[in-house]
Design a binder for this molecule. Structure first.
Ligand SMILES: Cc1ncc(COP(=O)(O)O)c(C=O)c1O
Length: 446
């Protein structure tokens, strides 16, 4: 710990516990923080010198695996060549090159890119674009936003307002007004142990019609959902659900935003889940896999129709009063270009489709172990859900998470759900290690 030099930290474990909010808030390692000190391929090395299989792609972001030299080299070259360029009125070639490369992978006519620095900023940006779009069209009554229970759109005010995770909202006052929520789509009674998209639940999209009746379409700007809800527990869309949402939003002139911060860049198959599941929204938000997690960056992909609406003013006028100092940062753009090279050269956007059955079959062998109440998966993402201990929700999930880590496998634990979203370079031997370690952890700690 002595080398730790994060701002405000003097370097002891006690300081770390007090200051590292994401960890203390999640109660992970609260009494005994552990550090990851290096990474290569599918593995982290921990501060006690162990190899730890990364079944989470870091935090759903290192899709091409760790330590990719192409990215490191592109980043170091870029910082020497051009460390920074202002994104207002000015630009630099790599941001445009990256945007032009990215839109070859987006669905439909989502041909325009607004760069941000994180998934949270992407969500805020998309929500603001939706409001400004309607206003520019003379439809300024459309101000309400519809999110979904258990949805996660980052931690800024717009995102937590349309988000549906109670703990992320409850301490932060009245939030953004004019928000309503669709019901979530997890139904373990009907859909437990489904491989792929659940059979039951398409009718949950019809709740949007009731919400529209309540508020009137003329007051609603946008619906924002994750095609697959990641942080809320790896909740798959029921078969036909996303298509139904698209039909209803289109019928009522409401914009549909898919938050693909997790599902983007190959997690489900194809570059975007929208393409894989055949439903094109009006905007897609992204981050994480955009730069393989190496440099913070996010993006919002916008349809031609929305873009054109903003482009009608005089040439010298600012189209959208929104943007960040680091939008399209040269170093992030260089990391993104190198990341995209790897995805394309190694055909990684197809990898989730190729590995899906093997991954699913292996994980579903854990089905009858004690406490397991559901296993769900699609592409290269999966979750195991456990029945909570009496009067101690989250305790069983934490014990199993901890045992798996101690035995060399990192999974993502949230409450009694363990999520897995491995780098797309995963091979069958890694799946074996993941499943055998989880089997041991569940048998001994459930
Ligand atoms: C769907 C979704 N949206 C937004 C975010 C927020 O991204 P960030 O943590 O980069 O702000 C996340 C992060 O996990 C996410 O999963």
């Amino acid at each position: 710990m002595s080398n730790l030099s994060l701002p405000g930290m003097s370097g002891s474990r006690a300081d770390l516990e007090a200051l590292w909010m994401p960890f203390t808030a999640n109660r992970q390692f609260k009494s005994d923080p552990r550090m990851l000190v290096s990474a290569e391929g599918m593995y982290y090395t921990s501060d006690d010198g162990r190899q730890v299989l990364d079944s989470c792609a870091g935090l759903w972001c290192v899709n091409a695996g760790h330590g990719r030299r192409q990215i490191t080299e592109a980043v170091s070259q870029q910082i020497v060549e051009l460390d920074y360029a202002p994104p207002f009125q000015m630009g630099h070639p790599k941001a445009f090159e990256f945007a032009n490369r990215l839109i070859k992978h987006t669905p439909g006519d989502l041909n325009h890119v607004f760069f941000t620095n994180s998934g949270s900023e992407s969500a805020e940006t998309a929500l603001k674009i939706a409001l400004a779009y309607h206003r520019l069209r003379g439809d300024s009554g459309r101000q309400k936003m519809i999110g979904r229970e258990r949805g996660y759109h980052g931690v800024n005010f717009g995102g937590i307002s349309v988000g549906g995770i109670a703990n992320n909202r409850k301490s932060f006052g009245s939030l953004v007004s004019g928000v309503d929520h669709l019901p979530h789509t997890l139904n373990i009674n009907l859909n437990a142990f489904t491989k792929g998209l659940p059979e039951h639940g398409v009718e949950l999209a019809d709740a949007l019609e009731s919400i529209i009746t309540l508020h009137d379409a003329s007051n609603i700007a946008a619906v924002i959902v994750e095609p697959m809800a990641g942080s809320g527990g790896v909740i798959m869309p029921p078969q036909g659900y996303l298509k139904r949402l698209r039909e209803i939003t289109e019928k009522h002139g409401i914009l549909l935003i898919f938050d693909e911060v997790i599902t983007g860049f190959g997690r489900i198959g194809e570059a975007f889940a929208s393409t894989h599941w055949g439903v094109t929204p009006d905007m897609i938000t992204a981050a994480k896999g955009l730069t393989n997690g190496a440099v913070p960056m996010g993006a919002v992909f916008i349809s031609e129709k929305i873009h054109q609406t903003f482009m009608q003013g005089p040439e010298n006028a600012i189209e959208l009063f929104h943007g960040y100092t680091y939008s399209g940062h040269p170093v992030a753009a260089a990391a993104g270009l190198a990341t995209l090279d790897i995805y394309e050269q190694e055909n990684l956007f197809q990898k989730a489709i190729q590995m899906e059955d093997l991954f699913a079959e292996a994980l579903h062998t854990l089905k009858d172990l004690p406490g397991v109440i559901d296993i769900r998966n699609s592409g290269l993402v999966a979750a195991i859900e456990f029945a909570p201990d009496d009067n101690a929700p989250g305790a069983r999930g934490y014990r199993i998470f901890r045992e798996a880590y101690d035995k060399g496998v990192l999974v993502r634990g949230t409450g009694d759900i363990l999520a897995m979203s491995p780098p797309l370079i995963i091979e069958p031997k890694h799946v074996d290690q993941l499943v055998s370690t989880l089997e041991h952890a569940i048998k001994t700690k459930s």
